[in-house]
Write a protein that binds this ligand. Sequence first.
Ligand code: C5P
Length: 221
Amino acid sequence: DPVPVLTIDGPSGSGKGTVSRLAAARLGWHYLDSGALYRAVGAAAARAGLDLADVEALARLTRDTRIEFREDPDGELRVLVDGEDATDALRTEEAGAAASTIAAIPEVREALKDRQRGFRRPPGLVADGRDMGTVIFPDAPFKVFLTASAGERAERRYKQLKGKGVSVTMDGLLREILARDARDADRAVAPLRPAPGAVHIDTTGLGIDEVVERVLAVVAS
Ligand code: C5P
């Protein structure tokens, strides 16, 4: 039997990351944070000073950048890019914007395809992103599409970043979230769309635990 996959797609701030990690832990499955791959490539491209129009060089960089996930002793997921811990740098809104810019380039997406599919190992995988259910794992038996109002997503991001000591304003965050939504939904390749058959969960006003239960119910059904 093919290894089961639970895809969790949705816009930034919908709670995907936290919910996906908790669901993976409850199921005892592996976890793929596909956004971190795009963030890592975006940061690597910026550091290398690559011209975003040079798609050949970008594709090469995408293939050559080493990206590893490691869980630290207190259970936090760290992202190592070419051997260096880049977790905190990759979490900024700036890194998110850089990711969504290079994520619109078909050659970059193509170069990341096999790497993402490589995370599908027994006993199962929870894959979090924008096109997990539509492009990367179209045959996944379990698909969820998470949403939340833009205001609530900005508020969650605000708390998250504030907690990490990053200085941001609600207004700025809301603007950035709406701009990134538009870029992700309007791009020609792999735009953010619910996969056919995906279970929609609107997380506005719901606590994390409630969302995790609803997501796990999709796997149990
Ligand atoms: O999920 P996260 O906010 O970390 O993703 C950062 C950006 O990477 C997104 O705004 C999106 O443009 C891109 N991305 C994508 N496809 C994925 C995951 C992320 O295009 N599967």
